[in-house]
Design a protein around this ligand. Structure first.
Ligand code: ADP
Ligand code: 5GP
Length: 238
């Protein structure tokens, strides 16, 4: 028998599975702003959610959200069509599961930008595969300024969102990473470092580049366990 490849051996290894990056945090903390910059110039899959809320001026169906009736949402939820779904301040939001599974299987990284309850569902369902990143405001008063500045909510809804935000900040240890959104450019670099570090983790360390190592060091400083309860209290009460 001659030496060589068996005829049925694949010539290339299958693509690595994509990363499932879940960005979460309070409404108004800057998730959408960060996501836009983080995604720019890279080939990742961004999941468009379904929602029962009304479109805001300038929002497009199928681009910002798929806007649906409560009945259509319920039908999809019952059919198991969502990876996660949650009610948030009177409306329902959900992540369609099929496109996500397809992207991960073809090796494409997926970024979800969802509220905290949904992120916890993804963690429960996907386990270690879900890389949860909590976006933290510099303080609750700065979060209020951003919500008021965005001017998309009534004062009553802003109060509801702030009450929820305070609870979530105190639970930041539930997430793998915490990125503080004070300086926008630094926060985006943090997100890139997390993505690179998590990608590197899929390969043996002997194959890491210098950039991979640097990303790993930076990402380690963003692990949620580095924050004390006192630090979280400080953010939640000021
Ligand atoms: P989310 O998607 O979390 O609800 P947005 O991305 O809509 O939040 O941001 C809320 C408001 O805060 C927007 O007006 C945005 O321009 C502003 N913002 C976001 N990040 C920062 C930052 N690092 N510093 C100051 N303002 C910010
Ligand atoms: P908004 O109404 O401001 O667009 O969104 C309200 C909150 O819902 C934000 O925190 C946003 O990140 C979150 N959200 C958007 N899509 C989804 C989703 O598919 N699932 C969950 N759980 N939250 C979502």
């Amino acid at each position: 028998m001659t030496a060589g490849l068996p005829s049925d051996m694949p010539l290339s290894t299958p693509p690595r599975r994509g990363l499932l990056l879940v960005m979460t945090g309070a409404s108004g903390v800057g998730k959408g702003t960060l996501r836009e910059r983080w995604l720019a110039g890279q080939n990742v899959f961004y999941s468009t959610s379904w929602t029962t809320r009304e479109a805001r001026p300038g929002e497009e169906h199928g681009v910002h959200y798929v806007f649906v009736t409560p009945d259509d949402f319920e039908t999809k939820a019952r059919g198991g069509g969502f990876l996660e779904h949650a009610a948030f301040v009177g409306n329902r939001y959900g992540t369609p599961i099929e496109p996500i599974e397809a992207a991960l299987s073809r090796g494409q990284d997926v970024i979800l930008e969802i509220e905290v309850e949904g992120a916890m569902q993804v963690k429960a369902r996907m386990g270690e595969e879900a890389i949860l990143i909590f976006i933290m405001p510099p303080s609750l008063s700065e979060l209020r300024r951003r919500l008021e500045g965005r001017a998309t909510e009534t004062p009553e809804r802003i109060e509801k969102r702030l009450i929820r935000a305070r609870e979530e900040i105190r639970e930041a240890h539930e997430f793998r990473y915490v990125v503080v959104n004070d300086d926008l450019d630094r926060a985006v670099e943090d997100l890139h470092a997390i993505q690179r570090a998590e990608r590197a983790r899929q390969r043996p360390e002997t194959e890491w580049t210098e950039e991979d190592r640097e990303a790993r060091v930076r990402a380690d400083t963003l692990r949620s366990y580095t924050l004390t309860d006192a630090q979280l209290d400080e953010v939640a009460t000021h």
